[in-house]
Design a protein around this ligand. Sequence first.
Ligand code: PLP
Length: 259
Amino acid sequence: MDVVLTIAGSDSGGGAGIQADLKTFQELKTFGTSVITALTAQNTCGVQGIYPTTPEFVAQQMTSVFQDFNVKALKTGMLFSTEIIETVARILQQQTAHIIVDPVMIAKGGAALLQDDAVHALNTKLLPLATVLTPNIPEAEVISGVKIRNEQDIFNAAKRILQLGVKCVVMKGGHFEEADTATDTVFFENGSSFSMETKRINTKHTHGTGCTFSSAITAFLGRGFTLHESIVEAKKFVQLAIEHPLNIGHGHGPTNHFA
Ligand code: PLP
């Protein structure tokens, strides 16, 4: 059984964060382990509270996992602070596992899941170690410093991000509200790229889609799929999850990992 890891925040509502990651890992036939960076009091209506873990305890959890398991691939999600990012990056420097970075910044309801001053640490400490980065448009803008209004801007932002040392960047197009398709474009360090276009689904039940997508890439990479295959298969998994809403809770319902 291939072991994978998520280093992320807990969502008490079960739709995003660690909970979405572990459900995805399980559905995709991998053994999921977890390092919790922060607790959130959260449901489908929003984030009511955040309680970060200390960097020391993040390190202790990572050591426990790495001492016992051969982790094939891992993802990072909500990392919250400069101190936690620096700790995670320091320990990951000694690892050979594929590293997928989901640069979680702001929840759909507006809660800040990454402190503003932590972007510098993300860019300089963690991204040089990353196999894959999965930003949405607002996250790509913050990381690259490029204001994105059209396809050329997406290309320019991706180029800047690759210069930070990331091997592959998946630019998630779902935040372009006017388009009736949702196109994700994947850029590799060797200059090649490809696009994945899907019909836009009009739904408010998208809580945790980013977490689910990045953990699905992690699971497929952990099982030995190529990078290209892992991204394409993860996209299919997330698309099915969005197409079959669960109707749980009173707000933005969670993606459906059973779909
Ligand atoms: N809460 C946690 C702990 C997360 O890691 C994430 C991931 O992006 C979110 C919330 C965001 O949820 P949403 O998809 O509703 O923006």
